[in-house]
Write a protein that binds this ligand. Structure first.
Ligand code: FAD
Ligand code: DHB
Length: 393
């Protein structure tokens, strides 16, 4: 096992894997240390919508071939309320589109490319810990195969998700966190059935939010808002399909094809930001630094833009002997993160049932939805945020 590298990456989720691919492209040596098995990482069903910026980063990393073949370009979404559908056409409003391609597939492509290039990923690393990032000699330690390992490095990239060890290793006084917990979650189902149509449908309904998404022309992903105390094992497939259909306009309900679920899970909704993202030679990226509620489809895209900036910063450091990029990393990311946090919080507030706000809150949501679909300026603002921004220079 290699004992030294330039960048030690903790976590092999999309942030860690994409950073590894971008660094390889830039000729920078990196090792990824992941606590789970490759199969476990691959099995997690999560995001599905990629912004153009994310697609461009995957192209730059040389891992977009299958994405271009199998990804579905989406020019619009449908908002559903009061039994009606309202199309928000991004292409017409912003000239941009998004691509529907599952996080599982992105992970798959990145893992394959990493293996083909012979790059090192340590899976099933136990007791991972990070050391010396406030000095010139950082290192990552872990246990595997009954032995202790140490990887010395120039920098550590903390891509280890919300529950990871990197953010937790920063002294309390050096980090500030901002957090909001929503009083509900999403119950998600993946099923091998054709989707309701070409567009994603985001539905505001008095029974709660519902989302019709998809992974391909034959595979659908659906979500319904649920209580935080609900248990996934208490939701039969039949109960899920009934609840979903009850929340959609009739014309969409008629197009729902039901079938056995392949996966069913509940995710709580949460907004979280840690500031700053850099602590000496440790850099946080992706869910390790921030969480958005999934409504705006921003989680994976923010992870990608973080590592886009980080890879650029490391390239400048090694190639141009300039620390400007890594110096600007935290502020650059945080500007983008707070925009995505605002959008995700706003769309969550607009589309979900909040029992505590009562009838007035519900009528306000309707008034705002009417305004949104009736105003070119408001529709354009939604479209611009949904398709995402280019990276800053
Ligand atoms: P992660 O994907 O969490 O990857 C972190 C990796 O680090 C994991 O592989 C983990 O095993 C590893 N790790 C953790 N601790 C350690 C350690 N101590 N040592 C070594 N490795 C470690 N976003 C959307 O846009 N739409 C969605 O529908 C959506 N659904 C989601 C559903 C769930 C249940 C969750 C949790 C997230 C969802 N997201 C969604 C968010 C999106 O999936 C994440 O933003 C994205 O996965 C972030 O990637 P990441 O690489 O930063 O973190
Ligand atoms: C999906 C998830 C989202 O959060 C979203 O806004 C759109 C699509 C999905 O899993 O397909």
């Amino acid at each position: 096992m290699q004992e030294r590298t330039e960048v030690a990456i903790v976590g092999a989720g999309p942030a860690g894997l994409l950073l590894g691919a971008l660094l390889h492209k830039a000729g920078i040596d990196a090792v990824i240390v992941e606590q789970r098995s490759a199969a476990y990482v691959m099995g997690r069903i999560r995001a599905g919508v990629l912004e153009q910026t994310t697609v461009e980063l995957l192209e730059h990393a040389g891992v977009a071939e299958r994405l271009h073949r199998e990804g579905l370009p989406h020019n619009s979404i449908e908002l559903a309320f009061d039994g009606q559908l309202h199309r928000i056409n991004f292409q017409a409003l912003t000239g941009k589109h998004v691509t529907v391609y599952g996080q599982t597939e992105v992970t798959h492509d990145l893992m394959d490319a990493r293996a083909a290039a012979g790059l090192t990923t340590v899976y099933e690393a136990e007791n991972v810990s990070v050391h010396g990032f406030d000095s010139d000699a950082p290192s990552v330690r872990w246990r595997s195969g009954g032995a202790e390992h140490e990887l010395r490095c120039d920098f550590i990239a903390g891509c280890d998700g919300y529950h990871g060890v990197c953010r937790a290793s920063v002294p309390d006084g050096a980090i500030r966190t901002y957090e909001k917990v929503y009083p509900f979650g999403w119950l998600g189902v993946l099923a091998e059935v054709p989707p309701v149509g070409d567009e994603l449908v985001y539905a505001n309904h008095e029974r709660g939010f519902a989302l019709c998404s998809q992974r391909s022309r034959t595979r659908s992903r659906y979500y319904v808002q649920c209580g935080l105390d609900e248990k996934v094992e208490n939701w039969s497939d039949v109960a899920f399909w009934d609840e979903l259909r009850s929340r959609l306009p009739d014309e969409v309900t008629l197009r729902v094809t039901t079938g056995p679920s392949i996966e069913k899970s509940i995710a709580p909704l949460h907004s979280f930001v840690a500031e700053p993202l850099r602590f000496g030679r440790l850099f946080l990226a992706g869910d390790a630094a921030h969480i958005v509620p999934p409504t705006g489809a921003k989680g994976l895209n923010l992870a990608a833009s973080d590592v886009g900036y980080l890879a650029r910063g490391f390239a400048e450091f090694y190639r141009d002997k300039s620390a400007a990029g890594i110096g600007a990393y935290s502020d650059r990311c945080l500007r983008r993160i707070w925009k995505a946090e605002r959008f995700s919080w706003w769309l969550t507030s607009l589309m979900h049932k909040f029992p505590e706000t009562g009838d007035f809150g519900q009528r306000m949501q309707h008034a705002e939805l009417e305004y949104l679909v009736g105003s070119a300026a408001a529709s354009t603002a939604l479209a611009e945020n949904y398709v995402g921004l280019p990276l800053e220079h």
